[in-house]
Design a binder for this molecule. Sequence first.
Ligand code: HEM
Length: 536
Amino acid sequence: MWKSMKYQKQLGQRYQLCAGRPLSVGTALKQQTHLELLDTTPTRTDEEWLQAKPYAAVPGPGTCRVLSYFLPGGKLYNTNLIQMNRRMREWYGDIYRFPGMLGKKDVIFTYNPKDFESTYRNEGIWPIRIGLESFTYYRKVHRPDVFGGIGGLVSEQGKSWSDIRNKVNPVLMKVQNVRQNLPQIDQISKEFIDKLETLRDPSTHTLNADFHEQIKMWAFESISYVALNTRMGLLTDRPDPNAARLAQHMSDFFNYSFKYDVQPSIWPYYKTPGFKKFLETYDHITEITTNYIETAIERFKQEEQHTGNKCVLEQLLALNKQVAVVMAMDMLMAGLDTTSSAFVTILYHLARNPVKQTQLRRELQRILPRSEDVLTAENTKNMPYLRACIKEGLRITSITPGNFRITTKDLVLSGYRVPRGTGVLMGVLELSNSDEYFAQSAQFIPERWLKPDTDGDTQSCPEARSRNPFVYLPFGFGPRTCIGKRIAELEIETLLVRLLRRYQVSWLGQTPLQYESTIILSPHGDIRFKFEPIPD
Ligand code: HEM
């Protein structure tokens, strides 16, 4: 009895430390009806489990040692996430435990594809990916007045996550439904090219502006068209006055999120002035996006008679207004830096590989004999080399370097017992860059992704592709895979077609493209391309 009361008390402390943390692992697990108890004590008694080494034997530093690593002068002081993971892997091996701190749980880092497979195959129908806890806090605790208890896809878990996901999947994951946005996404790409022309020095073919910033504007214009059915005008000289404000708040959001969601922070216990500013940033984003949505609703009412296909926002509103508002915000937050970083990455690899770029251009010239020709659902169907280039770019640099899950079952990972409720970070970036899984892994070889029967003059090379599907997952895996994948692909493909049909692109940076790693990998530093027009 005492033991049980003490246990309940411990659980209470563990899961109700403050209003911001109750929606953590415990609650997420509790929401899964097959795991009703908060108790994460292992229940497996089968041979594999019994034969495995205990969890305590997983290599890794203790809490004090980890803290010493990050102090000034420490071995990991001032390293970014990628550098930190690489060093830890060198010291501790292909599986190690990073101890939980300040209310966060332990995380197992693994570089073993068998572990990836085990984790994904056992994730069940409601996979748990605890990501941005500040999101959950803001929506569920700080502003329930606006969100009515809906946390959104990024932060919900269990049945509440699946209720939203099942509703929005047909709108966002169906290729044809997403592809009906092609004319507008293409229009945005053409406006980007027009803007590029105004920034391009015709004698040197270089830009008088920061290319990465311009690409962020393109990504913003594209995703806000899809999410808010609004043209922000960011690629024109008359942008919507609120658009620049929203863009700035989104950029602040990413910086704050890294600080308060990824790095250890005391905000769950004490709301620091910096965290309060973060909440204000959330407030600004909420206010501006809801205003755009209200305006769009008015517009839809006036256009009620229109008979054409409904846009994404209209389809989401037809499901449920609150879900639509939350989903639109999630699309803006998750679909901006990811798409712009991926685009710069893929363009960089093509710029560094002129032979592959020329090969790609042949395909593009077949699709668009004249650069001004129209892109249609029909002529964009068959672009195998373009799609292979995108895949290959994201293989060399997966901008989400690791995929994360909280285990919902007791698992044996790399021979160790890992109880359910443990965080597992799967280091895909390292494996997709390893010669063990991809021949000549450092080389940009789009041919690995071509099917042997691909038309045209390109020789496919599927044998250079890994036989293990779990070592290449730039958009994640399973029921919780990226819901914006189709939108991102449409945006990236369309702009690549327009840009590379029009220009020969080369890399002028002094070094290979550098990245800064916050929640994703973001291109950083000297990003300079040369754009030489190609005669029609
Ligand atoms: C190249 C661009 C992108 C990349 C590489 C990317 C990558 C990812 C990855 C790896 C995940 C985690 C998947 C998992 O845990 O299995 C994810 C989730 C997510 N992404 Fe993307 N993403 C991209 C673009 C977008 C876009 C354009 C949107 C918006 C429409 C978006 C919205 C989301 C959302 C809402 C989730 C959470 C899904 C859920 O938990 O159900 N992403 N993305």
